[in-house]
Design a protein around this ligand. Structure first.
Ligand code: NAD
Ligand code: PRE
Length: 310
């Protein structure tokens, strides 16, 4: 493959930036990959494992001369990072982000960026419960969606070039309106994470009553919840605080459905339960038939756990 950007600067050196670095290097997609992370420990690890060609001690230094700047920090930190790098950006550079929420990132970042710099917000729909500079791997984005939410005045050539990188990394690219993105992700990612966190919290309370049985005999479904609930607390705190309206809307709908099923159980209404589960099974089968179930089993790669990062 051929070089798409001469110099790429990764701001934040965790799971997503690290996976991009591996994928870009494997594909020869950038002549030079440089990076910056806030914590000195993360920068030292990144240097030790050769994650980038060079790791700088400031974001301002890292973005100098970069053709593509990727903001890969928690969504609550995007605005401050944008303010810090803005005076140092090369004219004509593209700035993108990988945040899990789009409208609030646009509101926080766009006002800081100078004219002549192309801001193209994005979100790869791929991740694991691991984080930190050791957790990335080249195959993370393979066959996964990577959504772009360009602004009305985004430069089409710049969007095409970024799309070229995303496709070369192995992902599938699509465009979406930012508010619509936030609603869709509230359903497919944000509310499910909150439910997983809650379920594991409930089990933790119960564990004290049942003397560890809940954890010891945890079945596959609950294990999946614990994987999700091991995700990074900073990242997910920021997701919920910055996609508040959509998440609360979906959680309201979720609660109504839960009460409806709760009532069916109480009333012994087996038909209602059966019909409901038949409908949800058909949805799952539809996803598989459409080839959308790309959650390959090798995603549980070694790396720091979210809790042990930074
Ligand atoms: N993990 C996922 O499943 C996933 C998937 C898609 C998108 N995202 C999004 O990607 C972004 C990064 O997530 P990740 O999983 O790579 O996180 P991570 O915790 O693995 O890495 C985050 C990096 O940002 C750095 N950082 C934190 N605050 C900073 C600040 N104020 N200034 C500079 N650096 C800072 C940390 O040192 C770390 O290097 C987040 O916005 C997240 O919403 C995550
Ligand atoms: O597989 C996982 O660990 C994930 O939760 C990844 C996941 C998701 O919900 O699908 C999490 C957050 C992101 O913004 C994108 C992807």
């Amino acid at each position: 493959m051929s070089v798409i950007y001469d110099r790429v600067a990764l701001i934040g050196l965790g799971l997503i930036a690290g996976s991009m670095a591996h994928a870009m290097r494997d594909g020869g997609l950038a002549r030079e990959i440089v990076g910056y992370a806030r914590s000195a420990e993360t920068r030292d690890i990144a240097r030790e494992i050769g994650l980038c060609d060079e790791v700088f001690d400031s974001a301002a230094e890292a973005v100098k001369g970069a053709d593509l700047v990727v903001l890969a920090v928690p969504v609550g930190a995007m605005g401050d990072v944008a303010a810090e790098i803005a005076p140092h950006l090369k004219p004509g550079a593209t700035v993108t982000d990988v945040g899990s929420v789009k409208q609030s990132v646009i509101d926080a970042v766009a006002p800081h960026l100078p004219e002549g710099v192309h801001f193209i917000p994005g979100h790869p729909l791929a991740g694991t419960e691991h984080s930190g500079p050791r957790s990335g791997f080249a195959g993370l984005f393979r066959n996964r969606w990577w959504l772009l939410t360009p602004l009305p005045d985004s430069d089409e050539a710049a969007v095409q070039r970024l799309t070229g990188l995303i496709v070369a990394i192995g992902a599938k690219s699509d465009r979406m309106d930012p508010a619509h993105h936030d609603l869709v992700l509230a359903v497919t990612s944000h509310a499910p994470h909150l439910i997983a966190y809650t379920m594991v919290g409930v089990a933790d309370h119960l564990r004290r009553v049942t003397d560890e049985e809940v954890i010891q005999y945890s079945a596959a479904g609950f294990r999946d919840f614990t994987r999700i609930a091991a995700s990074d607390p900073t990242m997910w705190r920021d997701v919920f605080l910055h996609n508040k309206e959509a998440t609360l809307d979906i959680l309201g709908r979720f609660t109504e459905e839960l009460f409806m099923l709760q009532r069916a159980i109480r009333m012994g209404d087996g038909q209602q339960l059966f019909d409901y589960f038949t409908r949800t099974r058909a949805i799952r089968r539809g996803i598989i038939e459409a080839g959308q179930d790309t959650n390959a089993p090798d995603f549980g790669r070694s790396g720091e756990t979210k809790a042990a990062k930074e």
